[in-house]
Design a protein around this ligand. Structure first.
Ligand code: WQD
Length: 354
């Protein structure tokens, strides 16, 4: 029987790319989103790319526990990929309650509904931000987590821990105490720690749609190139790195999406080695901000208006992944070159301007 995968936050940047890959791999996908940080542009793009016009779209706020339970009553859900969360680091510092309430409540509701409907497989979208600043690079999944530097980062750490604890407790869930009522069942979990997701689908039909002034590097670059922003500021060129700018592990969004298909298949095919697993999803290749900017200029034949500016508060000097566990266990590896990724990011920005 074809497996049903619920993608919460499925209309967003990462969720829409993952939905495409899941459908192309033969899964039934149910998209749930409250459209708080996106519109239907990417969902429409997903339908165009896959040719599937009848993907169920449920407009729901995952903080609404009853609504989440109703969703699980209505559909047999074999696995959930949980993206629905706020993700702006700076805003989380200004509005911690909003971040803790949204990111924790929504995840708890999904977990509780999955557990109460006979058990579930849960994939959580975590982040390399859990590693913080570290000298030992690249980071492996065993590298210690540092205290989070923002409420956003803290919600990622807390949700990882919640998932670990729910998985552990759910092992002992047996039959329902009340026959005929909902049945508790085992929960299995995977946390994927993303490094820096960038780029867009090669079709240019889905991509990142930041609201207002972008916080992240690549949307700022593409918006500067198209003339929406005047000048890119490169935050800091006095870091102890080869060219003085920060080093990151930029992972192509389609490669990242494919890692989710590999992880979901591992859960659904009973291939997990432990009931809760963590994988780094990165390329293993550090790229500096300056290198990224010059690669963008070269591959797209554009002269970008940029200047060097003060360091941005809270930035770590360097972080990149050791992705060998994911390479081995998920049989997944990042494939696209940084040039292809930056060409796709530019094609998407131009598509938005059409
Ligand atoms: C990358 C590099 C900046 C903008 C953040 C979150 C992380 C994850 C991904 C997701 C840094 C530099 C940036 C600009 C610049 N979260 N930069 N000028 O900070 O590595 O990671 O996004 O939801 O949790 O912390 O990504 O793209 O903001 O920055 O020079 O205008 O680009 O200083 O070195 P970051 P980023």
């Amino acid at each position: 029987m074809t497996k049903n995968v619920l993608v919460s936050g499925g209309a967003g940047y990462i969720g829409s790319h993952v939905t495409v890959e899941l459908i192309q791999a033969g899964y039934n996908v149910i998209v749930a989103d409250n459209l708080s940080n996106c519109d239907m542009t990417c969902f429409e793009g997903v339908k165009a790319i896959t040719g599937k016009k009848d993907i169920p779209f449920i407009k729901i706020d995952c903080c609404d526990r009853d609504a989440v339970f109703r969703l699980f009553d209505e559909y047999r859900i074999d696995a959930v990929i949980h993206f629905a969360a706020f993700k702006a680091v700076g805003e989380s510092v200004a509005e911690p309650i909003k971040y803790y309430r949204n990111n924790l409540d929504s995840f708890l509701n999904i977990l509780e509904a999955g557990k109460n409907h006979g058990g579930c497989n849960i994939l959580f979208s975590s982040s390399a931000t859990v590693y913080g600043e570290t000298d030992k690079l690249p980071v492996t999944e065993d590298s210690p987590r540092q205290s989070a530097t923002s409420p956003y980062g803290n919600t990622k750490q807390i949700c990882e821990d919640i998932l670990r604890d729910v998985v552990s407790a759910a092992k002992s869930y047996g039959e329902s105490m009340f026959p005929g009522t909902r049945k508790n069942g085992p929960v299995k979990g995977i946390a994927l720690r993303y490094f820096n997701p960038i780029g867009a689908h090669p079709s240019a039909l889905i991509g990142e749609l930041p609201r207002g002034v972008p916080n992240n590097l690549v949307p700022y670059i593409t918006q500067t190139a198209i003339g929406k922003r005047e000048c890119l500021s490169i935050f800091g060129n006095d870091y102890p790195t080869p060219d003085g700018t920060c080093l990151r592990d930029y992972i192509d969004i389609v490669d990242l999406a494919k890692a989710h298909v590999a992880a979901v298949s591992r859960m659904l095919d009973g291939k997990m080695k432990k009931d809760y697993e963590i994988f780094n999803i990165g390329t293993g290749r550090p790229v500096s901000v300056y290198e990224l900017v010059t690669a963008f200029e070269k591959v797209n034949g554009i002269k970008l208006n940029y200047k060097f500016a003060e360091r941005r508060a809270g930035d770590v000097t360097a972080i990149w992944a050791d992705p060998s566990l994911a390479n081995r266990e998920l049989k997944w590896a990042a494939e696209r070159s940084i040039e292809d990724t930056l060409a796709a990011a530019w094609a998407w920005e131009k598509h938005l301007a059409e």
